[in-house]
Design a protein around this ligand. Structure first.
Ligand SMILES: [Fe+2]
Length: 252
């Protein structure tokens, strides 16, 4: 599992070529999260995770990881103090010289990123961006809801939450919207209800479910984890092949 002669800069260049930073939505926290003067640092062990959770950070230490890539950044909201959980994480990362690097919405949006991975999985046709900023995709699925659901159960999550499937049960061609991660907000459900028959995303709440029922939109909640880890696994493979390295997965 040890890689020889890879520089941190080589890894970062690959990531930023694959998921250009300028694609990220405004205000997103992407790029180098923890580390300093790293460009020429020699990297032997690389790991990938969806989240820089305390558990992932501890595992990175145990595995003697030099470079940790996570999809979600370590901090989302402005932080004024470094105490408690964030202190613990930073302490482990810094004491063990672990570089932390994230590509978030730029990896969702980019070509062959997390949204395109779902497009390929469901074999959607005539695909367009769901949102102008590049988040989500919308296209045509040549098949029934049952078939769509089976793909979800096989590749995304064994137990998806389904809302309003009656609305589409007799259709043989479906307009399908997908959005990796948190897409099942009330705002997004309202928007998608005008455009699609089925909306596949994650993080459904009670109020969003009621709204979708009222609007007659069929939802498949494949979970935030399921809808993102599917594409993250493919990204891991692209990176391993492109750089001829081994990457350890820490939470998927
Ligand atoms: Fe996410």
């Amino acid at each position: 599992m040890t890689n020889k002669g890879i520089k941190a800069q080589d890894i970062i260049e690959f990531i930023e070529k694959f998921a250009p930073q300028e694609l990220a939505i405004e205000g997103d926290n992407i790029g180098l999260q923890v580390g300093d003067e790293i460009s020429l640092k020699n990297i032997e062990k690389i790991a990938m995770a969806l989240d820089p959770s305390l558990n992932v950070v501890k595992k990175a230490k145990e595995e003697k990881i030099d470079f940790l890539f996570t999809h979600h950044p370590i901090l989302k909201d402005p932080t004024r103090t470094f105490t408690g959980l964030i202190y613990k994480k930073l302490k482990i990362l810094m004491e063990n010289n672990i570089i932390l690097y994230s590509a978030h919405t730029n990896l969702d949006i980019c070509k062959n990123g997390l949204n395109d991975a779902l497009v390929d999985l469901y074999k959607l046709k005539d695909v367009k961006y769901l949102y102008e900023n590049g988040l989500g995709r919308i296209g045509t699925y040549d098949g029934t809801f049952e078939e769509l659901l089976n793909i979800t159960k096989e590749h995304i999550t064994k137990n998806p939450t389904i809302v309003n499937s009656n609305a589409v049960k007799d259709k043989e061609i479906l307009k399908v919207a997908i959005l990796s991660g948190y897409g099942l907000s009330q705002k997004s459900i309202t928007y998608v209800s005008e455009l699609a028959d089925v909306y596949i995303s994650g993080d459904l709440t009670h109020h969003s479910k009621i709204l979708a029922e009222d609007l007659g939109l069929c939802l498949i909640d494949g979970g935030h984890y399921g809808t993102e880890v599917y594409g993250l696994k493919l990204f891991k493979k692209y990176m391993e092949d492109a750089l001829n390295i081994k990457i350890i997965s820490l939470d998927f």
